[in-house]
Design a protein around this ligand. Structure first.
Ligand SMILES: [Zn+2]
Length: 57
């Protein structure tokens, strides 16, 4: 068995952007499909129209 020595220290303040999610822009209505998981250490926002895009369901 492989022992994992690294423990995740960062608590995710925001939900990571997961594969299969859709982001939408509240300004222009652009929708973006997420085809791979976001692996950012810090929360990241996808920007459109100068605003962070929000998750669409
Ligand atoms: Zn936009």
């Amino acid at each position: 068995m492989v022992k994992k020595s690294k423990k995740a220290v960062h608590k995710k303040a925001k939900k990571a952007i997961a594969k299969g999610s859709e982001l939408s822009c509240n300004e222009c209505g652009l929708r973006v499909a997420v085809v791979s998981d976001c692996d950012c250490v810090d929360p990241c926002d996808v920007m459109c129209c100068g605003e962070p895009m929000s998750l669409a369901c």
